[in-house]
Design a protein around this ligand. Structure first.
Ligand code: SF4
Length: 174
């Protein structure tokens, strides 16, 4: 897995102060995408043990509410494989912190359905470690800069409850 950027102590991509990882590779190619350079799966640097340790350690302070996975597309097969061990380790070390993940795929059709475009061996476990999923492609004609944590109005902020079921984010304001 490659990644294009890390933003530590970010406040724009999820609730509270978060460490944000932008992975490389995306097959959606949405019109109006704000970072088309990240469509390339070879863009950026290798995600290796050293940077993974640095990222996990940087989540230790109590003011860090959690992490956010962005892209590119975190749910592409290679990125699910790369992010799963990271998500496992984060939940082991910081069970109280939350994991947000953005995806251009839709939860029911592409991720949960066994025939879905982004349903792989890794998907069920990866989803089980994610607390908040922001799903759906960016649609330029539905762009709305007033939306909280989303670019277009078709996108949803979904929250997993204790039973593992997904529903609308309980704290969503707009
Ligand atoms: S899913 Fe995200 S990164 Fe991929 S093309 Fe759409 S807006 Fe760009």
């Amino acid at each position: 897995m490659k990644y294009s950027a890390i933003k530590y102590k970010d406040i724009a991509n999820g609730e509270g102060v978060r460490n944000v990882l932008f992975v490389s590779g995306c097959t959606h190619h949405c019109k109006g995408c704000f970072q088309p350079q990240t469509w390339d799966f070879n863009y950026g640097d290798d995600w290796d043990e050293s940077i993974e340790k640095e990222f996990i350690d940087a989540c230790e302070p109590s003011y860090i509410e959690g992490v956010t996975f962005l892209g590119g597309e975190p749910m592409e097969e290679v990125n699910q494989k790369g992010l799963l061990p990271l998500a496992r380790e984060l939940k082991k070390r910081y069970p109280q912190k939350t994991i947000w993940c953005y995806t251009g795929y839709t939860l029911e059709k592409d991720l949960l359905d066994e025939k879905g475009k982004a349903h792989f061996d890794t998907t069920a476990e990866f989803l089980s470690l994610i607390d908040i999923l922001v799903d759906g492609e960016f649609e330029l004609d539905k762009k709305d800069i007033t939306l909280q944590f989303r670019g277009s109005s078709n996108q949803r902020i979904l929250e997993k409850n204790e039973s593992g079921e997904w529903g609308p984010w309980s704290k969503k304001m707009k």
